[in-house]
Design a protein around this ligand. Sequence first.
Ligand code: ZN
Ligand code: ZN
Length: 363
Amino acid sequence: MSERLQRLRTRLGEMGLDALLVSTPENRRWLSGFTGSAGWLLITSTEALLATDFRYVEQAGQQAPAFRVVRITGSYEWLPKLLQETGVRRVGFEAGHVTVATYQALVQALKDAQAREVSLQATQGVVEALRMKKDPGELALIAQAVRICDLALQEVAPTIREGETERAVAWRLEKAMRELGAEGLAFETIVASGPNSALPHHRPSDRPIQAGEPIVIDFGARYQGYCADITRTFCLGPAPETFRRVYDIVLTAQLTALATIQEGMKAGDADRIARKVIEDAGYTENFGHSLGHGIGLAVHEAPRLGPGSETPLEEGTVFTVEPGIYISGWGGVRIEDTVVLEKGRVRSLTSLPKREDPLGLGS
Ligand code: ZN
Ligand code: ZN
């Protein structure tokens, strides 16, 4: 944690800030180790404070030994008090997380305390940028979350039968992940069959799964806070010609991206590699989302691998590569791996097969 704090302090110095008020749960956890659902970090050039309420004081003390824990109540009187104690003036806050109501309450608390010398500065993505590059400990946790996904799908996929509902399959998969050691889900499981699979974020329904139609399963385990995000598409029984053709294009797009993405490449250029394969095949309008996203404590985090993204992909960044083609009325195909940039190249963390009939369900 001390190295993380040091990196943040360097960044705050570059930004001309005396301190940062951290409220985003993943940032709070990443910097302090504290996993509670409420609390603020105040990080100055010399101090690290964790302000939380009665419910979490003891837990905070145990989980965040590098921080001085301050017990607070619902009002924001603690803020001017701590700022006066630490003598900081230019204080950043996380504009992507603090609501307008909370911001107004913070401003009012400063006013009430006549802390005129303090100015609150909106910041965005400061800690998120530091979180992009994973350390070996974080990578091991993500790899374990992915491994749970691999085992769970290998266990559940062969049991899927024609006529059972998307919801039933989703539940079996979730149960398997929990039994394999997941502490929870990284996000709501997607099981989308037939025309439903044309909706990238379809919620599992009571629709019975049919043979010969695409079934998209997009799922992720959470392990010690860290997320996995994997998608596989397959069909029960022999795959019809359309399925095979669309699947092949998506797979080529994904494999091309995995083989070509390199350290230092802009995230938007990574997206371009896969998108070009899909465009060249005539499906430009059918790939309406980004190629991927960073993943870690949050399932969607920096960098965004989408058109126009200028963020360079750095060694140690973990992200997804998930091209798809969606055809309204027919369905969709998406193939997604969680990967790490290692020794300059992409290494996939999942070992789930993805050639046609990836799970051996065809007859
Ligand atoms: Zn996904
Ligand atoms: Zn994803």
